[in-house]
Every structure is written in C-alpha cells, then in structure tokens.
Design a protein around this ligand. Structure first.
Ligand code: FDA
Length: 430
C-alpha cells in the first residue's frame, strides 16, 4: 500500500521550505508535492535556534520562524501547506530509497513513489563519541541542530542560572551559544581546539576583536586543547554534576556543556546509489544528481561553484534557500533555467554584532575600518590580483549588497596599500 506523488522532498528543513514556496510560484497542482520530515513540525528557519530561541525574555517560538520568514517572504505555517495542497508528512523518517525505481519507504512502512525526488536531508551534529569521549546522553550535555535540541538546551539554561557553562568549539554554533548563555547570566568558558574562534574564516585580527569583546563580558577562552572526558556525579541525570577534563590538564566545573564540533551531511540513504563527492551528493549546475530524477539541495549537496571552477559543499542558510529555488526551477522549467551561479555567502549574529561574508577566503588579506571603535570594519581577500572575498561587520543593507556585487565581479586590485586606504569605499567604485 502506498501513495504516488509527482514531486517528493525528503527532509523538512530550510531548503525544503524554500523549495515548497518555489513550487507554488511555478504552479504545482494540489496533491502533486509531498514533504517527508522526521521532525514533528513544518520547515523552519534553523538559524533562529541559536539566536532568538535562547533569549531569556520573549524568546522566539514557532510559528514565528517557520520558513520563509528569513528572506522576507511568507511564513509557511502548516495551514499554508494545506491551503496549497502540499502533503506534509511529519514525524516520519525515510528509511530507504530506491533511486532507480523511484520509490522510498518511510518509518511507518508506507511505500511512496515519485517522478522527481529532492534530497534535503541536511546534516547532523558530530557527537563526542565519534572522538572517543563518552557522555553525550547526559541531560546537561547539549548539542544544537534541531528544535528538540534547542528545547533541551533552553531547559538546561533555565536550570543553570548563575552557574557555569563550558562551550566546546569556537565555530558559529559555539560563538552564538556562548553569547546567548552570557545573556542568560551564565558564566562561560569556551574551549577551542585552534588558535582562535571561527578559525576557518576569521583572520587573527577579526577573531581578536570578537574575543576581546567576549572576554569583556566575562567569557574565558582556553585554546589549543580538546575535551578528553567528563566526570559525572553518580546520577548522570542530576544537574550541577559534571566536570569537564581537558587534554591540557585543565578541569572545569560545569552545570551545562554545549558541544558544537561540526556536522556531517545526512547522505547514508544514498550511498552506493548516487555519486558522492567531498562528503556530499554530487550535483550538476541544475542541482541534479547522478540519477536524472533525483536532485539535492542545501547542506547535503556538493555542487559546482562556477565562479571558482570547483566543487564545494556549503553548510549555510543562504545556499540552502537559493539552491532550493534553483532545483525547483530546473525541474519545472528546465528550458528557462540556466546554470546555478552562486556566490558563497555566510552570516552570523551574536550580542549586538552582525556580520556577513561573501566569496572566498583565500589569498592575501587587507583589513579596513574601525576595529578600535568596533562599529563598521572588515577585510578583503585578494588572490592573483583580484578581489575574491569580503567580510563586513556592522554594515547597512546597501553596503552588504554593494560588497556582494563587487565580490561576484572579482575586480582587479593593483595596489594593496591603496585598497587598505580606500577600505569599504573600494567596492563602491567597482
Ligand atoms: P536542514 O538541517 O535545515 O534540514 C534537514 C531536515 O531533514 C531536518 O528536518 C531533518 O530532520 C530532516 N531529515 C534528515 N534525514 C531525514 C530522513 N531520513 N527522513 C526524514 N527527514 C530527514 N547558517 C548561516 O549561514 N548563518 C547562521 O547564522 C546559521 N545559524 C545556524 C544555527 C544553528 C543552530 C544551526 C543548526 C544551523 C545554522 N546555520 C546557519 C546553518 C543552516 O541552518 C543550514 O545550512 C540549513 O539549515 C541547511 O538547510 P537544509 O535544508 O539543507 O538542512
């Protein structure tokens, strides 16, 4: 027994929500589209979980952050899906997919057939156990990938007021969670494996600015080391019961531990069926996988970045949104859909700061702006005489648009000192 749909999206996160909106814009008919998600709620803007969701006062809660509110589009509530004839199958895991036979089986035992499948299964948080450390199942050891993680963390935060938290990892999950913990009046120690926070993107100068600010808020940084074990009181479930042991010999008391040590794309359903590259599902410039009826979008997709002539996988919300729109367009209007020409874009927000990055962070770096004032500052990356990347803190909407356009054009840079002097003004002249 089973149902048949023209289009099925497996996974109900950011990319699925934006794909659904695009399907309705292109004119999908009632009953043609089905979204299957193992989460119990309709697609939502995942970045809210480490920001507004963790605030002590007036925290953001559903339905206010369902997609596609993050791009100033409509809020797609469960009612919206119903009104548009889209079948939302929630709280249901896809257990297996036969990509050749165009069928899948769900955790309820239902077989569903489709003409087109869009894979939007996102990623999962890496667990400490994968690095040989036991203890992730303790109530006050938290990860942050989905709504149930965020609920758990919010409860742990409430129980730890004026207590101590240890944040493992200095990526954007670590940085955003640490800021939220401080706002919740919790003492925070951040443990970083590398020399500074956001080590993959930030230059030491950018990182120093933010780290100094965090230290001013009472955050302690312990760098160049990792967590090796926990010591729990006899009952792992009790609060205030853990201490964190680090490789450098430090032992930190903790009422709460937040772990943000990276993610892995959810591709296991497709291994052996589709071509996998760089840990993701390989797609072409139409987001189409090695099986012509199967597309992949968001965190799971390894796609050709036309601008740099190489295959990449990106774990950021802007890519999830735009790759979703492109895949739907390629499926429904193939003759009108050109190659996906995407400029990588990431952003983050913590405390009153807000930054965006466009392009590629390779080559020589030039910093500009008011680092001392901490208002509007940034950096350019220049490779082989061309501007390829730009980071900006505290910009206006217009300034972000300008740097995005300029970075896409890869303008020539002949004089690095001149570029430094011109600062943000350089992109206005491009
Ligand atoms: P996403 O993870 O959103 O959705 C995947 C969905 O598929 C989930 O609902 C999952 O449960 C479901 N699923 C998986 N396997 C399944 C199966 N077998 N059957 C059924 N369902 C299945 N980015 C950024 O640029 N700036 C930012 O500030 C942030 N902030 C941020 C905060 C937090 C807390 C997180 C976790 C992430 C961010 N991100 C971010 C990253 C951004 O949210 C991420 O890139 C997008 O959510 C990716 O969208 P996807 O739809 O690909 O995956």
């Amino acid at each position: 027994m089973g149902r048949a749909f023209v289009y099925v999206i497996v996974g109900g996160g950011v990319a699925a929500g934006y794909a659904a909106l695009e399907f309705t814009r292109k004119g999908v008919s009632d009953g043609e589209l089905c979204i299957i998600s193992d989460e119990p709620v309709a697609p939502y803007e995942r970045p809210a979980l480490s920001k507004g969701f963790l605030l002590p006062e007036d925290p953001t809660r559903l339905p206010s952050f369902h997609t596609c509110v993050g791009a100033n589009d409509e809020i797609l509530t469960p009612k919206w899906y119903k009104e548009h004839g889209i079948e939302l199958v929630l709280g249901t895991r896809v257990k297996s997919v036969d990509a050749r036979r165009l069928t899948l089986v769900t955790s309820t035992g239902e077989t569903i057939t489709y003409n087109f499948l869009i894979i939007a299964t996102g990623a999962r948080a890496l667990k400490l156990e994968e690095f040989g450390v036991e203890g992730s199942d303790a109530e006050n050891v938290c990860y942050l990938r989905d709504l149930s993680d965020a609920d758990r963390l919010a409860t742990a935060i409430q129980s730890s007021s004026n207590g101590n938290a240890v944040v493992i990892g200095g990526g954007y999950i670590g940085m955003e969670c640490a800021a939220s913990l401080v706002i919740n009046k919790i003492n925070v120690t951040m443990v970083l494996a590398g020399a500074h926070c956001m080590a993959r993107l930030f230059t030491p100068k950018i990182a120093t600015f933010y780290e100094d600010y965090y230290m001013g808020k009472g955050v302690k940084f312990i760098k160049g080391t990792v967590l090796t074990s926990f010591e729990f009181d006899s009952d792992k479930k009790a609060w205030h019961s853990v201490s964190v042991n680090l490789k450098d010999g430090n032992q930190l008391p903790a009422d709460l531990v937040v772990v943000g040590i990276g993610i892995r794309p959810n591709i296991s359903l497709f291994e052996g069926q589709l071509i996998i590259e760089k840990g993701g599902i390989k797609v072409n410039s139409q987001m189409q996988s090695s099986e012509s009826s199967v597309y992949a979008i968001g965190d799971v997709a390894t796609f050709p970045v036309k601008l740099y002539g190489e295959m990449r996988r990106l774990e950021h919300v802007d890519f999830a949104r735009k790759s979703a729109r492109h895949a739907v367009s390629a499926i429904m209007e193939p003759e009108k859909t050109g190659e996906f020409d995407y400029l990588p874009c990431f952003y983050s927000r913590f405390f009153a700061f807000s930054w965006q990055f466009y392009g590629d962070h390779v080559g020589e770096v030039v910093h500009f702006g008011e680092y001392d004032e901490g208002k509007v500052f940034g950096a350019y990356w220049v490779k082989e005489g061309h501007l390829v990347g730009c980071f900006l803190e505290g910009g206006t909407k217009e300034q972000y648009e300008t740097i995005s356009k300029a970075t896409q054009l890869k303008p020539a840079v002949t004089d690095m000192e001149e570029l430094e002097r011109e600062g943000l003004g350089f992109t206005q002249t491009v």
